[in-house]
Design a protein around this ligand. Sequence first.
Ligand SMILES: [Cu+2]
Length: 153
Amino acid sequence: MRSTRPSHLVTGSMTAALVGALGFWSEAGAAEFYFVVQEVGEKRALWVPQEVVVHRSTEMEDGLVFVLENPTDRTHAFAAYGLFEEVMGAGGKFSAKPLRVNVTAEDTVRIQISTAQFDRKQAGVGSKEEAYPFFCPLHKGDAHLGGTIHVLP
Ligand SMILES: [Cu+2]
């Protein structure tokens, strides 16, 4: 029945939002958050869910992982101001670089998010909510079509 299709779409995106908000724990204990990119017309793209909540006290204890899925046939990128990716360099040393990751067509990328900046804040101020905007820097379009990662104490 044709009339049921739109409601399926709505249910699907609501489920995705819920999953993103709750997060998953991987075997290693890191909290995992899933994002899927959607194309909105020719020039714009959107990572969903658009609103994600991360709890500093629980979900960051054993690391934070973002899983970025690109089911489309074009390369998209995931960028977030103020967040950093943990990358292993030569000699097994970790370093942090600003979060901007390309995800090629039909690929899924797992990235380790640096939580060092939040550890530091836990010892000091950091009892209030912080917000980090994210978007696809390759397809921003005219209007801001991004989302927000909310970090709660
Ligand atoms: Cu894009």
